[in-house]
Design a protein around this ligand. Structure first.
Ligand code: ZN
Length: 229
């Protein structure tokens, strides 16, 4: 592999680790176990340990890692993770709004492009789109300085009571689920009337549709909701 290609492959892989740690550590920035990281990235636990040791011992460490306590992003690691996330979500928004990609196809394309766009390209997309705050899945786009407001929402599967809610966001991880949700009218901003929840099915109605919808646990797990008020 020519040196430049090699460097790209490394950058891409490092970026993916940083992004996965950011996602798994959540708003409370908890330590992430290498097992859950291996699961999310679909790689062997031994390779995860290797990579984390490398990232923790570089000149500018991107993570803080202790074998039995898991891993945290360092300030530099968090900055890079948020930058890649900003790229990812801006690209998704651009593909969706300007190039008319279907919602379920933007994630995969953004996964490829996010590592390689220049700062100039990023800025041009942001300007063209009017500095959007949310991507088409309903996720916050980090600002240029890395600031990202906390989203107040809960997974539909955590719902404790019936009522009317608004879809806050849908997961971008599974294109098939996303297509099925979209077919049911469950997209960010849609209103949901939830009539029952497990141990039964999730039974709900979307606005303007009179027929009740039975949602499997899989589908429900991909949806985050917030109060309608
Ligand atoms: Zn995505």
């Amino acid at each position: 592999m020519p040196p430049s290609r090699q460097r790209n492959a490394n950058t891409e892989s490092v970026d993916n680790y940083l992004k996965a740690i950011l996602a798994l550590s959540g708003p409370e920035e908890q330590r992430v176990s290498s097992t859950s990281l291996a699961d999310r990235l679909g790689v062997a636990p031994a390779s995860v340990t290797n990579m984390l040791q490398k990232l923790a011992s570089s000149l500018l460490p991107l993570v803080e890692y202790e074998r039995h306590r898991g891993v945290l992003l360092s300030a530099a690691g968090k900055r890079r993770a948020l930058e890649v996330l900003r790229h990812h979500r801006l690209i998704e928004t651009f593909l969706y709004e300007v190039l008319d990609y279907p919602l379920e196809e933007v994630h995969e394309e953004a996964e490829r492009l996010e590592h390689f766009i220049s700062e100039r390209f990023e800025e041009r997309i942001a300007v063209k789109l009017g500095h959007p705050k949310f991507d088409p899945h309903g996720h916050c786009i980090p600002a240029m300085d890395g600031k990202m407001p906390k989203q107040i929402s809960v997974p539909l599967t955590d719902l404790r009571e019936q009522g009317t809610f608004v879809v806050d966001s849908v997961s971008d991880q599974d294109a098939l689920l996303l297509r099925r949700l979209r077919a049911h009218g469950i997209t960010p901003g849609a209103r949901l009337q939830v009539a029952s929840r497990p141990p039964d099915d999730f039974v709900l109605r979307t606005s303007g549709v009179s027929k009740a919808l039975h949602l499997s646990r899989d589908l429900a797990a991909a949806v985050r909701i917030r109060s309608a008020h």
